[in-house]
Design a protein around this ligand. Structure first.
Ligand code: SF4
Length: 149
C-alpha cells in the first residue's frame, strides 16, 4: 500500500525495479495500491479504480489511460501534468470526497460529477461488465438509460 509515497524519484525507481524483479523471480502477482498515476502506468497490467470505498472502474492499463470511462477516472487523468504542455492551472476535480457516514442511495460521485443524470440522484450504478475486459459503475454506460428505453 503506497510503498513509494514520499520517496524521491531515484529511490522510487529503485524500489519499483526491485519489486518487478521479485515478481519475475517468484512468478507471482503484486497488488499495488497507489494514488500515483505514473506508478500505475509503470507497474500495472490491470487497474481497479476505487472511489469512496467502491470499485468504479476495472480495465487493462493501456485502455484505461487511452479511454477512461468513469467520470472520476477521467478527472484523475485530466489532473495529471503533461510534459511539454504549459498550463496556467492544473485541472482538479471540484468538491470533496463524501463523508462515509452520510452516504445515501445516490451515486457516491454525484456531487463532483459534471455528467450526472436524473437516475444518479436516486440509485447507485452497478459495476457493469462491458465484455471487453473492462467494467464500469456509471449510469452513462447503461444502454436502457442512454437510449431512453
Ligand atoms: S453514475 Fe452519474 S453521477 Fe455517478 S459518475 Fe456516472 S454520470 Fe456521474
Amino acid at each position: 500500500d503506497e510503498p513509494t509515497t514520499a520517496l524521491d524519484v531515484t529511490i522510487q525507481a529503485q524500489i519499483l525495479d526491485l519489486l518487478c524483479k521479485i515478481k519475475e523471480e517468484s512468478q507471482t502477482a503484486i497488488l499495488f495500491i497507489t494514488h500515483d498515476l505514473g506508478v500505475v502506468a509503470e507497474m500495472a497490467d490491470h487497474v481497479v479504480v476505487m472511489y469512496a470505498g467502491k470499485v468504479v472502474e476495472v480495465s487493462p492499463v493501456v485502455e484505461l489511460f487511452e479511454e477512461p470511462k468513469h467520470p472520476y477516472t477521467q478527472g484523475l487523468l485530466r489532473s495529471k501534468p503533461v510534459l511539454n504542455q504549459r498550463k496556467a492551472k492544473l485541472y482538479s476535480i471540484p468538491g470533496q470526497v463524501p463523508n462515509p457516514t452520510t452516504l445515501g442511495e445516490s451515486c457516491y460521485f454525484l456531487d463532483r460529477c459534471d455528467q450526472c443524470l436524473d437516475i444518479c440522484r436516486v440509485k447507485q450504478p452497478p459495476l457493469r461488465d462491458g465484455g471487453d475486459g473492462r467494467k464500469v459503475a456509471c449510469w452513462l454506460y447503461e444502454e436502457e438509460i442512454t437510449c431512453g428505453k
